[in-house]
Design a protein around this ligand. Sequence first.
Ligand SMILES: NC(=O)c1ccc[n+]([C@@H]2O[C@H](COP(=O)([O-])OP(=O)(O)OC[C@H]3O[C@@H](n4cnc5c(N)ncnc54)[C@H](O)[C@@H]3O)[C@@H](O)[C@H]2O)c1
Length: 257
Amino acid sequence: MGAMVNLCDVRAIVTGAASGIGRQFSLQLVRSGASVVAADIDADGLRTLAREAQGIPGKLLTTQVDVTREDEVKAAVEDALARFDRLDTLVNCAGVLRDGLLVAPEEQWVRKLPTAQWKAVIDTNLTGPYLMAREVAAAMLRSGVGSGLVVNVSSVTSKGNPGQSNYSASKAGLDALTRTWALELAPHNIRVAGIAPGITDTPMLATMSAEQREQLLAQVPLGRVGTTEELWLALEFIIKCDYFTARVIEVDGGATF
Ligand SMILES: NC(=O)c1ccc[n+]([C@@H]2O[C@H](COP(=O)([O-])OP(=O)(O)OC[C@H]3O[C@@H](n4cnc5c(N)ncnc54)[C@H](O)[C@@H]3O)[C@@H](O)[C@H]2O)c1
């Protein structure tokens, strides 16, 4: 009780580990001596990550999983448990961006946000973390792990952002889950916290148009994009500080979305 968590003792599963923020988190955890199951839908990306992690002190294993699929999530968590005996940390980082206005006038008609585009983002960014957290927390309760941690990667645009109905709603929902699960799981000594990045330099950012990026940057007082290394500092703090739960840390250069 009250002790600082040692990163060497961490047994984590990180989703979205093949790219960007999840990749940085996985590599930093392994560099710190932690054991990591890197989970992602992208098998090639996982293979590249595994090669990069070779020779680093901690242990990195990979598992291919689509976080929107209940059967695959259950299998991935069982697989992780079989390889590590216990899991004490889940980092929900897998996420997608499929921007579009709710409605937009075209020449003779009105373009509507397609339902499939809405669902793709809600499924990955909200249902995915729910399935992962449910399975990992159930495993924590079953194995009687002394303490546990779930970290949800949200976004500064959870407060609403034009063109991001699906994305903003998924992240606002995720923040609500962070608070809800923190309260439900505190009696089991499982902490739940969030990190809300601002505009961060990752392959996801590269999918945005130059105009979109300019528009977002105009709302960042520090006037630059953030780095995944800066986000790692937030994750490191959350893991180490045993008294931190139910809160979302914004690392966003002061962004005013
Ligand atoms: N980059 C930013 O500016 C930014 C800002 C705020 C929040 N975020 C959030 O950070 C997280 C990571 O984003 P990133 O910038 O590193 O993106 P990224 O595209 O570089 O990485 C996302 C990873 O998630 C994986 N993924 C996607 N769908 C999946 C699924 N169904 N199952 C398993 N894995 C899946 C992808 O294969 C990819 O490896 C996301 O949740 C994103 O919403 C990013």
